[in-house]
Design a protein around this ligand. Structure first.
Ligand code: PLP
Length: 402
């Protein structure tokens, strides 16, 4: 549909798609890097033709053939990223948005516009996703349940079932195939931000909508904010219509950066996952750490509960960056109860397994021994080997600006 997906080749391996999808037309045009199209409007002397193109978009949401009419209706550079992500996730299409939250909002609006306002969701979810549903900001009503309770929670007006696996921040995993089965005809949305298509392709397990905060691993360098939904063409058309009407479009420069990020996604995820698994096992053997969570499917995220004061660990890191977000080339650590999940009611948050002593670490591409050395010194004062209640709180010099 985007016109760039003309490699009607047999299935290519993920690493090949990551580098080539969305770029298959370039060499024949004598280009190597994809062009960045910054146009907000597209001239045409044929206004009858434009009317027909606009009618076609209003009917199906399919991307117009030829150039877009207006930047909010589509952009060729963004379309390259959408084509590539759809190929990586194994879906017909993908629709990009200004952020992960704009992407989730568009999904909720698509379903609400069909009169299906009820959402069934499994905690934990990313804090702002939880908040958007709990507060009913877009007129939705949520029923929280565990995976086993999904079938019973469905109602005639249920428009969506939503899960994250591995979930932010506990890395809890759900069996996507079993959950998709429990959904029956209700579309399952799987937030695949943490796993990325390198480790898991939810559409293969029955998820009809695969959501990413592309701000994280897809961009991969902490310098672009974006969201994307991979899905079938029917839902993609509705998502494009909602995007057109509500305006949460992705900027073309962001589309360019995301396409560039995808090229190294498999290499980045595999390298960071190797370090994350190693750090998880060192943390699990450390007496200062009460509990470590690391997903069965792997990945570059590690969460752990410290015996001492988690705020002291955050204050103590030097190489690791104390910051929210994840999926960058550098290692980040944050305290979910203070930051990423602060907006969730404290009882709901704890009920979802997000303990006040939990730290969430996004492992980057640094040398694993350097990372361990930093963690080791940051953990140093959080508890004595025997037991502790943050014995030396206040004695550590604060970390310098980093
Ligand atoms: C960050 C995040 C989001 C929200 O994405 P933004 O790009 O920050 O809007 C949604 N889901 C998960 C799992 C996330 O980590």
């Amino acid at each position: 549909m985007s016109g760039y997906d003309d490699a009607r080749t047999a299935a290519r391996a993920l690493a090949t798609e990551a580098v080539h999808a969305g770029r298959d037309d370039l060499a024949r045009q004598g280009l190597h890097a994809p062009p960045i199209d910054l146009s907000t409007t597209y001239p045409s002397y044929d206004s009858r033709g434009e009317a027909a193109r606009i009618d076609a978009f209003a009917a199906t949401g399919a991307e117009p053939d030829g150039p877009p009419v207006y930047g909010r209706l589509g952009n060729p550079t963004v379309a390259r990223f959408e084509t590539a992500l759809a190929r990586l996730e194994g879906t017909d299409a993908a629709v990009a948005f200004a952020s992960g939250m704009a992407a989730l909002s568009a999904v909720l609006l698509v379903r609400a516009s069909m009169g299906l306002r009820h959402v069934v969701a499994v905690r934990p979810l990313y804090g702002c996703s939880d908040h958007l549903l709990t507060a009913g900001l877009l007129g939705s009503e949520v029923t929280w349940t565990d995976p086993a309770g999904i079938a019973d929670a469905l109602r005639p007006d249920t428009g969506l079932v939503m899960v994250e696996t591995p979930a932010n921040p506990t890395l809890a995993e759900v069996d996507l195939r079993a959950v998709a089965h429990a959904c029956g005809s209700v579309p399952l949305l799987a937030d695949n931000t943490f796993a990325t298509p390198v480790l898991q392709r939810p559409a293969e397990h029955g998820a009809r909508l695969v959501l990413h905060s592309a701000t994280k691993y897809l961009g991969g360098h902490g310098d672009v904010m974006a969201g994307v939904v991979a899905c079938d063409e029917e839902l993609a058309g509705r998502l494009r219509q909602i995007r057109f009407a509500t305006g949460g479009v992705l900027h073309p420069l962001a589309g360019y950066l995301l396409l560039r990020g995808l090229a190294t996604l498999p290499v980045r995820v595999r390298a960071a996952s190797e370090s994350a698994a190693e750090l998880a096992s060192r943390l699990a053997a450390d007496p200062r750490v009460a509990r470590v969570h690391y997903p069965r499917i792997g990945g570059a995220m590690v969460t752990f509960e410290v015996k001492g004061d988690p705020h002291e660990v955050i204050a103590g890191v030097r190489l690791i960056t104390p910051a929210v977000s994840l999926g960058s080339v550098d290692t980040l650590i944050q305290h979910p109860a203070s930051i990423s999940h602060r907006i969730v009611d404290a009882d709901d948050r704890r009920g979802a397994g997000v303990s006040d002593r939990l730290l969430r670490m996004s492992v980057g591409l640094e040398d694993v021994d350097d990372l361990w050395a930093d963690l080791d010194q940051a953990l140093g004062g959080t508890a004595s080997e025997a037991d502790a209640t943050s014995a030396d709180t206040g004695t550590r010099a604060p970390a310098g600006a980093h």
